[in-house]
Design a protein around this ligand. Structure first.
Ligand SMILES: NC(=O)c1ccc[n+]([C@@H]2O[C@H](COP(=O)([O-])OP(=O)(O)OC[C@H]3O[C@@H](n4cnc5c(N)ncnc54)[C@H](O)[C@@H]3O)[C@@H](O)[C@H]2O)c1
Length: 340
């Protein structure tokens, strides 16, 4: 199988490429603009895949270059992870999210169809649901994003659904991730967003003394301990969902599925787990609620479980935190990219 992985120098794309390369029958072309991704992740994948891994620096907003690259590689499957994914940035610069997440998706989707790719999987997000009216969240619940990032992903989803509906040969899937955490257990790859906004790495960085105290946004939410509740899924389980869904996709149709464990953990529980795993204190302060933060986001993963053999193998917070902590300790400056 020949797979094109967009965003291959980023957190989830690099882990997906690694999982694909563990299957020796697969060849992977990773593409990334390196706007947010890390050459260090590409180096690790090159070491792992040898001649079965190639990398091309490509900005998907450049339609002609994307079309040429995809036509040249002729992938069987495209896994499209490349995107901008910072909510606060999307509020400040919505046009960047339109260009990258919507137009970038249109560009790679068009190129994939033109090159005759049989499968296309889009990274989407629980942010498309906005503030859910019930828990756990099902795929047929209303989509009402509350920020430009969520809007851009919902528009990208619609492009993928339309492309599937208009094709007799291309099968598509949209996977709506909840909160992704952890790292490759062998320590080859990790999570390194700049700025880092995800709770688990922020708590680990605070515990390590490499980031300011963690701000807990609101302690008066209608949740068991008053802090927000989220559904954390291990990055290894998440990337396996992509491989499993390939078998469930049909030409001309688009699968839409949540990827989460179905279990929520509160910010307080995450802090306790980070302290347990690291043996260190997580300095934290109380801050106000953030506008647009739903009190709880928990997936109903029943649909994915019904159509695939996918089951999360990493249960509980401690294991995913331990994997993330191991990578962070081995790479105290994160990926060394030459930029801050
Ligand atoms: N990390 C999470 O918890 C989470 C949750 C829900 C959804 N997602 C989605 O998963 C995907 C991957 O997220 P991530 O955490 O790995 O992000 P990331 O920032 O680590 O990786 C994204 C990669 O895409 C690249 N990229 C961005 N714009 C590009 C463009 N125009 N052309 C080529 N490359 C481009 C970046 O350089 C980066 O390497 C995103 O689509 C994101 O919206 C992530």
């Amino acid at each position: 199988m020949r797979v094109l992985v967009t965003g291959a120098a980023g957190y989830i794309g690099s882990h997906a490429a690694r999982a694909l390369l563990q299957d020796r029958a697969t060849a992977v072309l990773g593409v990334d603009s390196l706007e947010r991704g890390h050459p260090g992740a590409v180096t690790a994948l090159t070491r792992l895949g040898g001649p079965r891994f190639a990398f091309s620096q490509l900005d998907l907003r450049n339609h002609a270059a994307t079309r040429a690259c995809v036509a040249d590689w002729r992938p069987d499957v495209v896994l499209h992870f490349a995107a901008l994914a910072q909510v606060a940035e999307s509020v400040a610069f919505p046009e960047r999210y339109e260009a990258c997440n919507v137009d970038g998706t249109a560009s790679v989707l068009d190129a994939a169809a033109a090159a005759g790719a049989a499968g296309f999987v889009l990274s989407s997000t629980a942010a498309v649901y906005g503030a859910p009216s019930r828990l756990p969240i099902r795929e047929d619940d209303p989509c009402a994003p509350v920020n430009p990032y969520g809007h851009s992903k919902l528009r990208a989803e619609r492009l993928v659904a339309a492309a599937a509906a208009g094709s007799t040969t291309m099968a598509c899937a949209v996977l709506r991730y909840f909160n992704v955490a952890g790292a490759a257990p062998d320590g080859t790859l990790g999570e390194d967003h700049r700025p880092e906004t995800h709770l688990i790495p922020c708590a680990l960085l605070a515990a390590a003394g490499r980031a300011p105290a963690l701000t807990v946004h609101g302690r008066d939410w209608p949740t068991p301990d008053g802090t927000c509740v989220r559904d954390f899924v291990h990055v290894e389980d998440l990337v396996r969902a992509h491989l499993d869904v390939l078998d469930a996709m049909q030409p001309g149709a688009c699968v839409v599925a949540n990827v989460g464990t179905g279990t929520g953990h509160s910010v307080r529980q995450v802090i306790d787990a980070v302290e347990r795993v690291t043996g260190r204190t997580v300095p934290h302060t109380a801050g106000p609620r953030r506008a647009g933060d739903p009190p709880a986001l928990v997936a109903d993963p029943a649909h994915l479980r019904a159509i695939t053999r996918w089951r999360p193998e990493h249960h509980g917070l401690d294991g995913m935190i331990a994997d993330a902590w191991r990578w962070m300790q081995a790479n105290p400056a994160g990926y060394v990219t030459g930029r801050s």
